[in-house]
Design a protein around this ligand. Structure first.
Ligand SMILES: [Zn+2]
Ligand SMILES: [Zn+2]
Length: 324
């Protein structure tokens, strides 16, 4: 198939050889239209290479201005850079000491934080269909379609000294009916504990807080895909690790591809914007999203979407649509 540049050169050649004024004008019009059609612009642009992330200095969530706001503890609305929770469980568990990978400037270092090792395979079931009546039906067994670390965390392993996560990973019935074309709600919603979204890997996306009310990605022991399990035995992600991004959809330039759906139906894309530059939380609204044309069910659609960034709150600050 000819790309935009080739078609322009081809048409220019035809113009040069055209002797009759009427055809000259006609071909010039076609040539200009062919060069400027919006769908050709992407084909003509040079590849926009991805910015390399610095994961050694990440802001801790729960420390201003990257706050963890809790609605039922006096925070009635979301805020930029922050996660707006509905509440905090009373029986929280997990690691609260991140001092071994905390920098002198108060940021944390993903590269120094231990990971849960292992290569455990799972029989994932996952299916997404559009029902033709405006719904996206997502079903599955919540197991990931990639290997995970060993859970419960192996006693004696580097991760175990920080987090003795005793939970296994088990199947859960997934049956989401989400709007295929979600709408922005009149008011944003707070984020409850449990799944905030579903990754295209088949497992849950959780928000950025642990049940202790600290930054889960910065404290909890995760495997190389940015996931772990919890007291509900549900494997879930807190961090958009490069392994997870590459597994879901490898990409080398421009806007990140879709990584999953949040429970209001809006998509969540990886950490890169249209120009291949990393998106940070400060580039997004208080729900951790923005609106511009993205690939949505095979077409470029100007629609709100979340981004899964390397910095807190990572994936969602509040629901911009109406969560299921
Ligand atoms: Zn978790
Ligand atoms: Zn975007």
């Amino acid at each position: 198939m000819l790309n935009g540049n080739w078609r322009c050169y081809f048409d220019a050649f035809k113009i040069e050889t055209m002797k009759f004024p009427f055809y000259f004008v006609l071909m010039l019009s076609i040539s200009i239209a062919g060069c400027k059609k919006p769908e050709d612009i992407d084909e003509q642009d040079p590849p926009l290479e991805l910015e390399t992330p610095d994961l050694t200095h990440l802001p801790f969530g729960g420390v201003a201005p990257t706050n963890i706001l809790i609605r039922n503890q006096g925070n009635p609305e979301p805020d930029h850079l922050s996660l707006w929770l509905c509440g905090l469980p009373s029986n929280g568990a997990g690691n609260s000491d991140a001092s071994d990978w905390t920098n002198p400037d108060g940021t944390w270092d993903y590269d120094r934080k231990p990971q849960v090792q292992g290569n455990v395979m799972w029989a994932s079931e996952f299916n997404i269909t559009l029902d033709g009546n405006g719904n996206r039906i997502i079903t599955g067994n919540a197991l990931p379609n990639h290997p995970t670390g060993v859970f419960p965390i192996t006693p004696g392993s580097p991760a175990y000294q920080y987090d003795g996560n005793p939970n296994i990973i088990s199947e859960h019935v997934i049956n989401y009916v989400l709007p295929a074309m979600p709408q922005i709600a009149a008011e944003p919603s707070c984020v409850p504990f449990g799944p905030s979204g579903i990754s295209l890997s088949g497992s849950a996306i959780y928000h950025g807080s642990s049940t202790l009310g600290n930054d889960a990605a910065a404290h909890e022991m995760l495997d190389r895909f940015g996931g772990h399990t919890d007291g509900t035995e549900r494997y879930h992600y807190h961090f958009p690790s490069e392994d997870l991004q590459d597994h879901i959809h490898p990409h080398s330039s421009g806007h990140s591809p879709l990584m999953g759906y949040m429970l209001d139906g809006f998509g969540i894309y990886g950490p890169y914007g249209d120009d291949g530059h990393l998106i940070h939380s400060e580039d997004l609204d208080e729900c951790h999203g923005h609106q511009h044309p993205v690939l949505w069910d095979g077409e470029m659609v100007d629609i709100y979407h979340y981004h899964w960034t390397y910095d807190f709150p990572y994936n969602i600050g509040c629901f911009r649509g109406t969560p299921q």
